[in-house]
Design a protein around this ligand. Structure first.
Ligand code: HQG
Length: 184
């Protein structure tokens, strides 16, 4: 994606996950908003975005961060597939996880993570990656050295912890206690 579309993708992620009110929007209970309303709200806040640009962001997004559907009355609606801090019910179904999941983070966070486990912070869930390369990419968003932890998802599932998978393949759970973490 070119840099203009990357910027647009970041702006959309911010609006649709964290602060729809920043452009005067409200999401429905499941996080959806009509595409028309979104584009009008962005235009009213100084960002004129065309349907073609929005399509390019939705289709060209490496992580498929956004989902589009035909809503009530045939209006197209959009939402972020995961990562919200505003309260939305994504309707995620619980699913048995693969035996091992990964979490990429900053090496400086390790002492705290070893002591308290992985915590969800502002987000609804702890985010886990299905493979090492994805976890490395997530960890590289942080400053300094990257650390990748392995999560013993099989043992967690056996102990009754719930796992969910977002529409774009991110594994989600409420908390990973330290005893299920392996790694550096
Ligand atoms: C860390 C991106 C200290 C955790 C990615 C992480 C992902 C702790 C940071 C998605 C801790 C939270 C989520 C503890 C966790 N002590 N630090 N006990 N427990 N942490 O951004 O997983 O581009 O909320 O390791 O690809 O980095 O937004 O979570 O470093 O899927 O679509 O606290 O965001 O996707 O950071 O990333 P985040 P994350 P998008």
């Amino acid at each position: 994606m070119d840099s203009g579309l990357v910027r647009l993708s970041r702006r959309l992620a911010y609006v649709l996950r964290h602060d729809p009110a920043s452009v005067g929007l409200a999401l429905d209970a499941q996080g959806w908003v009509a595409v028309d309303d979104l584009l009008a709200a962005l235009a009213a806040h100084g960002a004129s975005v065309s349907y073609a640009e929005l399509d390019a962001v939705v289709a060209g997004n490496d992580k498929r961060r956004f989902a589009v559907r035909a809503g009530a009355g045939g209006r197209a609606e959009i939402r972020a597939s995961q990562g919200h801090s505003v309260p939305v019910d994504l309707g995620l179904e619980q699913m048995p996880p693969p035996p091992v999941l990964y979490h990429g983070t900053s090496a400086t966070a390790l002492p705290s993570i070893r002591a308290r486990g992985l915590r969800r912070g502002e987000r609804h869930h702890v985010h886990l990656s299905p493979d090492l390369p994805t976890a490395l990419a997530v960890g590289r968003r942080r400053r300094g050295a990257v650390a990748v932890l392995e999560v013993d998802a099989a043992a967690m599932a056996a102990a009754g912890y719930a796992f969910y998978r977002s529409a774009n393949g991110v594994w989600l759970t409420d908390h990973v206690p330290p005893e299920y973490l392996r790694g550096p």
